[in-house]
Design a protein around this ligand. Structure first.
Ligand code: DOR
Ligand code: ZN
Length: 426
Protein backbone atom coordinates (compact mmCIF):
# COMPACT_ATOMS: atom_id res chain seq x y z
CA UNK A 1 0.00 0.00 0.00
CA UNK A 2 1.45 3.32 -1.12
CA UNK A 3 0.11 6.67 0.02
CA UNK A 4 1.20 10.12 -1.02
CA UNK A 5 0.80 12.97 1.43
CA UNK A 6 0.71 15.99 -0.84
CA UNK A 7 1.82 19.48 0.23
CA UNK A 8 3.30 18.78 3.65
CA UNK A 9 4.89 21.83 5.23
CA UNK A 10 8.14 20.50 6.64
CA UNK A 11 10.75 22.63 8.36
CA UNK A 12 12.78 22.58 5.13
CA UNK A 13 9.85 23.48 2.84
CA UNK A 14 6.69 22.12 1.24
CA UNK A 15 7.14 18.46 0.14
CA UNK A 16 5.25 15.34 -0.82
CA UNK A 17 5.82 12.44 1.54
CA UNK A 18 5.45 8.97 0.08
CA UNK A 19 4.48 6.32 2.61
CA UNK A 20 4.81 2.67 1.72
CA UNK A 21 3.30 0.34 4.33
CA UNK A 22 4.82 1.45 7.65
CA UNK A 23 7.69 3.57 6.41
CA UNK A 24 8.58 6.77 4.60
CA UNK A 25 9.60 5.65 1.16
CA UNK A 26 10.40 9.04 -0.36
CA UNK A 27 10.24 12.79 0.19
CA UNK A 28 9.81 14.78 -3.02
CA UNK A 29 9.59 18.42 -3.88
CA UNK A 30 5.94 19.27 -4.37
CA UNK A 31 5.77 20.86 -7.80
CA UNK A 32 2.25 20.80 -9.19
CA UNK A 33 2.88 18.63 -12.27
CA UNK A 34 4.75 16.10 -10.17
CA UNK A 35 1.74 15.96 -7.84
CA UNK A 36 -0.56 15.05 -10.72
CA UNK A 37 1.71 12.24 -11.77
CA UNK A 38 1.89 10.99 -8.19
CA UNK A 39 -1.88 10.65 -7.99
CA UNK A 40 -1.84 8.21 -10.88
CA UNK A 41 0.92 6.10 -9.35
CA UNK A 42 -0.30 5.66 -5.81
CA UNK A 43 -3.17 3.86 -4.14
CA UNK A 44 -4.14 6.84 -2.05
CA UNK A 45 -3.51 10.57 -2.05
CA UNK A 46 -4.08 12.80 0.95
CA UNK A 47 -3.81 16.54 0.52
CA UNK A 48 -2.17 17.99 3.62
CA UNK A 49 -2.84 21.52 2.30
CA UNK A 50 0.41 22.98 3.52
CA UNK A 51 -0.35 22.19 7.11
CA UNK A 52 2.72 21.71 9.28
CA UNK A 53 4.01 18.13 9.51
CA UNK A 54 6.37 17.19 12.36
CA UNK A 55 7.64 13.86 13.67
CA UNK A 56 5.06 12.22 15.94
CA UNK A 57 5.70 13.16 19.56
CA UNK A 58 7.60 10.59 21.61
CA UNK A 59 6.49 11.11 25.19
CA UNK A 60 9.16 9.71 27.51
CA UNK A 61 6.97 10.02 30.62
CA UNK A 62 3.43 8.63 30.54
CA UNK A 63 1.29 6.83 33.13
CA UNK A 64 -1.05 4.63 31.09
CA UNK A 65 -2.45 2.70 34.16
CA UNK A 66 -4.69 -0.13 32.77
CA UNK A 67 -4.43 -3.55 34.53
CA UNK A 68 -6.09 -3.07 37.94
CA UNK A 69 -6.53 0.65 37.38
CA UNK A 70 -8.29 0.52 34.04
CA UNK A 71 -11.06 2.65 35.58
CA UNK A 72 -8.53 5.51 35.54
CA UNK A 73 -7.18 4.78 32.04
CA UNK A 74 -6.51 1.89 29.70
CA UNK A 75 -4.37 1.47 26.61
CA UNK A 76 -7.26 2.26 24.26
CA UNK A 77 -8.39 5.47 25.95
CA UNK A 78 -4.77 6.55 26.44
CA UNK A 79 -3.91 5.79 22.79
CA UNK A 80 -6.84 7.85 21.57
CA UNK A 81 -5.78 10.73 23.82
CA UNK A 82 -2.22 10.39 22.56
CA UNK A 83 -3.26 10.45 18.89
CA UNK A 84 -5.46 13.51 19.40
CA UNK A 85 -2.48 15.16 21.06
CA UNK A 86 -0.01 14.28 18.30
CA UNK A 87 1.78 11.64 20.40
CA UNK A 88 2.74 8.50 18.49
CA UNK A 89 5.01 6.78 21.04
CA UNK A 90 4.80 6.62 24.83
CA UNK A 91 7.21 5.35 27.48
CA UNK A 92 4.97 3.87 30.15
CA UNK A 93 5.76 4.27 33.85
CA UNK A 94 6.04 1.26 36.18
CA UNK A 95 3.83 2.46 39.06
CA UNK A 96 0.87 0.48 37.81
CA UNK A 97 -1.04 -2.09 39.85
CA UNK A 98 0.61 -4.54 39.74
CA UNK A 99 3.87 -2.63 39.48
CA UNK A 100 6.27 -3.35 36.62
CA UNK A 101 9.00 -4.58 38.93
CA UNK A 102 9.45 -8.20 37.86
CA UNK A 103 9.11 -10.40 34.78
CA UNK A 104 5.67 -11.75 35.65
CA UNK A 105 4.20 -8.27 36.00
CA UNK A 106 6.05 -7.05 32.95
CA UNK A 107 4.42 -9.83 30.93
CA UNK A 108 1.00 -8.81 32.27
CA UNK A 109 1.69 -5.27 31.10
CA UNK A 110 2.95 -6.48 27.72
CA UNK A 111 -0.33 -8.32 27.25
CA UNK A 112 -2.44 -5.29 28.22
CA UNK A 113 -0.43 -3.00 25.93
CA UNK A 114 -1.24 -5.14 22.87
CA UNK A 115 -4.45 -3.06 22.65
CA UNK A 116 -2.40 0.06 22.03
CA UNK A 117 -2.97 2.09 18.86
CA UNK A 118 0.41 3.81 19.25
CA UNK A 119 4.02 2.71 19.75
CA UNK A 120 5.13 2.08 23.30
CA UNK A 121 8.05 1.13 25.52
CA UNK A 122 8.20 0.37 29.24
CA UNK A 123 10.29 1.31 32.24
CA UNK A 124 11.08 -1.24 34.92
CA UNK A 125 10.54 0.09 38.45
CA UNK A 126 13.32 -0.30 41.04
CA UNK A 127 12.30 -1.33 44.56
CA UNK A 128 14.39 -2.02 47.64
CA UNK A 129 14.52 -5.70 46.83
CA UNK A 130 14.09 -6.35 43.12
CA UNK A 131 17.63 -5.93 41.78
CA UNK A 132 17.69 -9.62 40.84
CA UNK A 133 14.40 -9.21 38.98
CA UNK A 134 15.83 -6.28 37.04
CA UNK A 135 18.92 -8.27 36.13
CA UNK A 136 16.76 -11.20 35.09
CA UNK A 137 14.75 -8.96 32.73
CA UNK A 138 17.88 -7.38 31.26
CA UNK A 139 19.25 -10.85 30.69
CA UNK A 140 16.71 -11.24 27.87
CA UNK A 141 16.47 -9.34 24.62
CA UNK A 142 14.24 -6.46 25.71
CA UNK A 143 13.78 -3.93 22.93
CA UNK A 144 10.54 -2.85 24.61
CA UNK A 145 12.32 -1.69 27.80
CA UNK A 146 13.82 1.79 27.80
CA UNK A 147 15.24 1.93 31.29
CA UNK A 148 14.72 1.86 35.03
CA UNK A 149 12.46 4.23 36.96
CA UNK A 150 13.20 5.21 40.54
CA UNK A 151 10.92 7.13 42.88
CA UNK A 152 12.67 8.59 45.92
CA UNK A 153 9.30 9.51 47.45
CA UNK A 154 5.73 8.26 47.50
CA UNK A 155 3.57 9.93 44.90
CA UNK A 156 0.95 7.59 43.43
CA UNK A 157 0.91 3.83 44.10
CA UNK A 158 4.65 3.71 43.69
CA UNK A 159 7.53 1.90 45.40
CA UNK A 160 9.95 4.21 47.18
CA UNK A 161 13.64 3.42 46.87
CA UNK A 162 15.83 3.99 49.94
CA UNK A 163 18.70 6.39 49.43
CA UNK A 164 21.18 3.66 50.30
CA UNK A 165 20.01 1.58 47.30
CA UNK A 166 20.45 4.23 44.61
CA UNK A 167 24.05 3.34 43.94
CA UNK A 168 23.23 -0.35 43.41
CA UNK A 169 20.56 0.52 40.86
CA UNK A 170 22.89 2.90 39.04
CA UNK A 171 25.52 0.17 38.84
CA UNK A 172 23.08 -2.28 37.26
CA UNK A 173 21.94 0.40 34.83
CA UNK A 174 25.53 1.02 33.87
CA UNK A 175 26.26 -2.68 33.45
CA UNK A 176 23.38 -3.07 30.98
CA UNK A 177 23.79 0.42 29.50
CA UNK A 178 20.28 1.54 30.45
CA UNK A 179 19.04 4.98 31.42
CA UNK A 180 17.71 5.53 34.96
CA UNK A 181 14.89 8.02 35.28
CA UNK A 182 14.50 9.47 38.77
CA UNK A 183 11.63 11.23 40.49
CA UNK A 184 13.95 13.06 42.87
CA UNK A 185 11.72 14.37 45.69
CA UNK A 186 13.14 12.82 48.88
CA UNK A 187 10.70 11.07 51.21
CA UNK A 188 12.42 11.92 54.51
CA UNK A 189 12.50 15.59 53.54
CA UNK A 190 8.80 15.49 52.60
CA UNK A 191 8.02 13.91 55.98
CA UNK A 192 9.83 16.74 57.76
CA UNK A 193 7.88 19.42 55.91
CA UNK A 194 4.64 17.55 56.34
CA UNK A 195 5.08 17.84 60.11
CA UNK A 196 6.11 21.48 59.85
CA UNK A 197 3.24 22.76 57.68
CA UNK A 198 0.12 22.20 59.77
CA UNK A 199 -2.51 23.57 57.43
CA UNK A 200 -3.15 20.95 54.78
CA UNK A 201 -4.67 22.69 51.79
CA UNK A 202 -3.90 22.73 48.09
CA UNK A 203 -2.56 26.27 48.57
CA UNK A 204 0.21 24.83 50.74
CA UNK A 205 1.03 21.91 48.45
CA UNK A 206 4.18 23.70 47.24
CA UNK A 207 5.26 24.21 50.88
CA UNK A 208 4.36 20.73 52.08
CA UNK A 209 6.15 19.01 49.21
CA UNK A 210 8.81 21.59 49.68
CA UNK A 211 11.20 22.59 46.91
CA UNK A 212 14.08 21.67 49.23
CA UNK A 213 13.11 17.99 48.80
CA UNK A 214 13.32 18.08 45.00
CA UNK A 215 16.52 20.12 45.06
CA UNK A 216 18.30 17.87 47.56
CA UNK A 217 17.19 14.73 45.76
CA UNK A 218 18.35 16.06 42.41
CA UNK A 219 21.73 16.99 43.88
CA UNK A 220 22.07 13.58 45.50
CA UNK A 221 21.45 11.59 42.31
CA UNK A 222 23.68 13.88 40.26
CA UNK A 223 26.51 13.25 42.73
CA UNK A 224 25.99 9.51 42.68
CA UNK A 225 25.84 9.45 38.87
CA UNK A 226 29.05 11.46 38.77
CA UNK A 227 30.70 8.69 40.74
CA UNK A 228 29.17 5.68 38.94
CA UNK A 229 29.14 7.39 35.52
CA UNK A 230 25.82 5.88 34.49
CA UNK A 231 23.14 7.49 32.34
CA UNK A 232 20.77 9.57 34.47
CA UNK A 233 17.48 11.19 33.51
CA UNK A 234 16.05 13.67 36.01
CA UNK A 235 12.28 13.70 35.57
CA UNK A 236 10.11 16.81 35.76
CA UNK A 237 12.46 19.44 37.16
CA UNK A 238 10.39 22.14 38.82
CA UNK A 239 12.78 24.62 40.47
CA UNK A 240 15.38 27.20 39.47
CA UNK A 241 17.87 25.53 41.83
CA UNK A 242 17.60 22.19 40.01
CA UNK A 243 18.33 23.98 36.74
CA UNK A 244 21.53 25.33 38.27
CA UNK A 245 22.54 21.91 39.57
CA UNK A 246 21.93 20.19 36.25
CA UNK A 247 23.91 22.87 34.44
CA UNK A 248 26.80 22.17 36.78
CA UNK A 249 26.74 18.41 36.22
CA UNK A 250 25.47 18.38 32.62
CA UNK A 251 27.11 15.85 30.34
CA UNK A 252 25.45 15.48 26.93
CA UNK A 253 26.15 11.75 26.87
CA UNK A 254 25.03 10.85 30.39
CA UNK A 255 23.03 13.50 32.23
CA UNK A 256 19.59 14.23 30.82
CA UNK A 257 16.68 16.23 32.06
CA UNK A 258 12.99 16.68 31.45
CA UNK A 259 10.51 19.43 32.07
CA UNK A 260 6.72 19.14 31.80
CA UNK A 261 4.43 21.61 30.05
CA UNK A 262 2.71 22.31 33.38
CA UNK A 263 5.92 23.19 35.24
CA UNK A 264 6.86 25.51 32.37
CA UNK A 265 3.51 27.21 31.98
CA UNK A 266 1.76 27.09 35.35
CA UNK A 267 2.63 28.07 38.90
CA UNK A 268 0.85 27.93 42.22
CA UNK A 269 -1.16 31.06 41.43
CA UNK A 270 -3.44 28.90 39.25
CA UNK A 271 -4.55 26.82 42.24
CA UNK A 272 -7.12 29.36 43.33
CA UNK A 273 -8.92 28.68 40.05
CA UNK A 274 -8.34 24.95 39.61
CA UNK A 275 -7.93 23.54 43.15
CA UNK A 276 -6.92 19.88 43.25
CA UNK A 277 -6.98 19.66 39.45
CA UNK A 278 -3.60 21.36 39.82
CA UNK A 279 -2.36 18.94 42.49
CA UNK A 280 0.70 17.25 41.07
CA UNK A 281 4.08 16.00 42.26
CA UNK A 282 6.43 17.76 42.19
CA UNK A 283 4.08 20.68 42.84
CA UNK A 284 3.49 23.69 40.65
CA UNK A 285 6.04 26.21 41.95
CA UNK A 286 6.47 29.96 41.32
CA UNK A 287 6.73 32.37 38.43
CA UNK A 288 10.49 32.66 38.99
CA UNK A 289 10.76 28.92 38.52
CA UNK A 290 8.79 29.13 35.26
CA UNK A 291 11.32 31.69 33.99
CA UNK A 292 14.30 29.55 35.04
CA UNK A 293 12.79 26.48 33.35
CA UNK A 294 12.29 28.39 30.09
CA UNK A 295 15.93 29.47 30.23
CA UNK A 296 16.89 25.84 30.71
CA UNK A 297 14.86 24.96 27.61
CA UNK A 298 16.58 27.65 25.56
CA UNK A 299 20.13 26.85 26.62
CA UNK A 300 19.89 23.08 26.13
CA UNK A 301 19.89 22.09 29.81
CA UNK A 302 16.51 20.48 29.16
CA UNK A 303 16.58 17.52 26.76
CA UNK A 304 12.97 16.37 26.79
CA UNK A 305 9.45 17.56 27.38
CA UNK A 306 7.48 14.77 29.05
CA UNK A 307 3.77 15.11 29.60
CA UNK A 308 3.71 13.14 32.87
CA UNK A 309 0.20 12.16 31.79
CA UNK A 310 -1.15 10.92 35.14
CA UNK A 311 -4.87 10.17 34.93
CA UNK A 312 -6.99 9.76 38.05
CA UNK A 313 -10.76 9.58 38.40
CA UNK A 314 -12.64 12.85 38.58
CA UNK A 315 -14.42 11.48 41.66
CA UNK A 316 -11.00 11.14 43.34
CA UNK A 317 -9.73 14.55 42.29
CA UNK A 318 -12.72 16.31 43.86
CA UNK A 319 -12.02 14.81 47.28
CA UNK A 320 -10.48 17.10 49.88
CA UNK A 321 -6.81 18.03 49.46
CA UNK A 322 -5.28 15.27 51.58
CA UNK A 323 -7.26 12.50 49.91
CA UNK A 324 -7.15 13.72 46.29
CA UNK A 325 -4.43 11.95 44.28
CA UNK A 326 -1.68 13.91 42.54
CA UNK A 327 -1.44 14.13 38.79
CA UNK A 328 -3.64 15.04 35.83
CA UNK A 329 -3.87 14.10 32.15
CA UNK A 330 -1.39 15.65 29.74
CA UNK A 331 -1.38 13.66 26.50
CA UNK A 332 -4.02 15.80 24.79
CA UNK A 333 -2.72 19.15 26.02
CA UNK A 334 1.09 18.79 25.97
CA UNK A 335 1.96 19.39 22.32
CA UNK A 336 -0.93 21.84 21.89
CA UNK A 337 0.38 24.05 24.69
CA UNK A 338 3.82 24.06 23.08
CA UNK A 339 2.39 24.90 19.65
CA UNK A 340 0.65 27.83 21.29
CA UNK A 341 4.05 28.94 22.59
CA UNK A 342 5.44 28.67 19.05
CA UNK A 343 2.58 30.86 17.84
CA UNK A 344 3.33 33.34 20.62
CA UNK A 345 6.97 33.49 19.52
CA UNK A 346 8.35 31.85 22.68
CA UNK A 347 9.62 28.68 21.01
CA UNK A 348 10.83 27.77 17.54
CA UNK A 349 9.36 24.79 15.76
CA UNK A 350 12.90 23.35 15.45
CA UNK A 351 13.34 23.46 19.21
CA UNK A 352 9.90 21.98 19.76
CA UNK A 353 10.78 19.03 17.51
CA UNK A 354 14.07 18.51 19.36
CA UNK A 355 12.33 18.45 22.72
CA UNK A 356 9.34 16.33 21.77
CA UNK A 357 10.79 13.67 19.48
CA UNK A 358 14.31 14.07 18.11
CA UNK A 359 16.21 14.03 21.39
CA UNK A 360 14.21 11.14 22.86
CA UNK A 361 14.78 9.00 19.76
CA UNK A 362 18.50 9.78 19.75
CA UNK A 363 19.20 9.44 23.45
CA UNK A 364 17.12 6.28 23.87
CA UNK A 365 18.36 4.94 20.53
CA UNK A 366 14.90 4.31 19.06
CA UNK A 367 15.71 3.06 15.62
CA UNK A 368 14.10 4.77 12.60
CA UNK A 369 11.95 7.14 14.63
CA UNK A 370 12.02 10.77 15.73
CA UNK A 371 12.79 12.24 12.33
CA UNK A 372 11.00 12.66 9.00
CA UNK A 373 13.52 10.80 6.88
CA UNK A 374 13.46 8.27 4.07
CA UNK A 375 13.48 4.78 5.59
CA UNK A 376 12.04 5.87 8.94
CA UNK A 377 8.66 4.76 10.26
CA UNK A 378 5.89 7.10 9.17
CA UNK A 379 5.08 8.49 12.63
CA UNK A 380 3.80 11.93 11.73
CA UNK A 381 1.72 14.68 13.27
CA UNK A 382 -0.17 17.12 11.04
CA UNK A 383 -0.92 20.50 12.57
CA UNK A 384 -3.08 23.43 11.59
CA UNK A 385 -1.02 26.24 13.12
CA UNK A 386 -3.75 28.80 12.50
CA UNK A 387 -6.59 27.05 14.24
CA UNK A 388 -7.73 28.86 17.37
CA UNK A 389 -9.60 26.74 19.86
CA UNK A 390 -10.38 26.26 23.52
CA UNK A 391 -9.16 23.36 25.63
CA UNK A 392 -12.29 21.51 26.71
CA UNK A 393 -11.66 18.76 29.23
CA UNK A 394 -15.18 17.33 28.77
CA UNK A 395 -14.25 16.38 25.22
CA UNK A 396 -10.96 14.67 26.11
CA UNK A 397 -10.37 11.12 24.92
CA UNK A 398 -8.62 10.19 28.16
CA UNK A 399 -10.90 8.88 30.91
CA UNK A 400 -9.62 11.74 33.10
CA UNK A 401 -11.84 14.58 31.92
CA UNK A 402 -10.36 17.54 33.82
CA UNK A 403 -7.26 19.68 33.50
CA UNK A 404 -5.73 22.77 35.06
CA UNK A 405 -5.60 24.05 31.47
CA UNK A 406 -9.35 23.59 30.91
CA UNK A 407 -10.91 26.59 29.19
CA UNK A 408 -7.60 28.00 27.95
CA UNK A 409 -7.75 29.61 24.48
CA UNK A 410 -4.85 28.48 22.31
CA UNK A 411 -3.70 28.46 18.70
CA UNK A 412 -2.42 25.41 16.80
CA UNK A 413 -4.25 22.10 16.55
CA UNK A 414 -3.40 18.54 15.60
CA UNK A 415 -5.64 17.54 12.70
CA UNK A 416 -4.15 14.19 11.73
CA UNK A 417 -1.69 11.66 13.12
CA UNK A 418 0.09 8.78 11.42
CA UNK A 419 1.47 5.85 13.39
CA UNK A 420 3.60 3.44 11.37
CA UNK A 421 1.86 4.81 8.26
CA UNK A 422 -1.65 4.33 9.63
CA UNK A 423 -3.82 7.46 9.57
CA UNK A 424 -6.00 8.87 12.36
CA UNK A 425 -8.02 12.05 11.80
CA UNK A 426 -9.58 14.63 14.14
O1 DOR B 1 1.64 13.87 40.35
C1 DOR B 1 2.12 12.77 40.08
N1 DOR B 1 1.34 11.74 39.67
N2 DOR B 1 3.42 12.59 40.22
C2 DOR B 1 3.96 11.38 40.15
O2 DOR B 1 5.14 11.27 40.34
C3 DOR B 1 3.15 10.19 39.89
C4 DOR B 1 1.94 10.56 39.17
C5 DOR B 1 0.92 9.43 39.14
O3 DOR B 1 1.30 8.30 38.86
O4 DOR B 1 -0.25 9.71 39.38
ZN1 ZN C 1 5.21 10.63 36.43
Amino acid sequence: MKTVLKNCKLIEGVKNIIIEDEKIRDILSSRKDEGRQLEADFNRTIDIRENLVIPGVIDPHTHIRDLEQSDKEDWISASKAALAGGVTTVFDMPNTIPATTNLINLDLKRKAAKKSLINYRFYIGATNNNLKDIEQIFGYETPDIVGIKIFLAGSSSNDVLEKSKIEDVFRIAKKYDRIVMVHTELQECLNKWDLKIKEKTIFNHNEIRNRECAINGTELVLEIAEKIRNKLYIAHISTAEEVELIRKYKNPNRIFCEVTPHHLLLNESILEKVGNFGKVNPPLRTEKDNTALWEAVYDGTVDFIGTDHAPHKLSEKILDYSRAPSGFPGLETGLHLLLNEVNKGNLTIEKLVELTSKNVAEIFDLKKRGDIKIGNYADLTVIDMNRKWKIDADSFNTKAKYSPFDGMEIQGKVVMSFVNGKRFEF
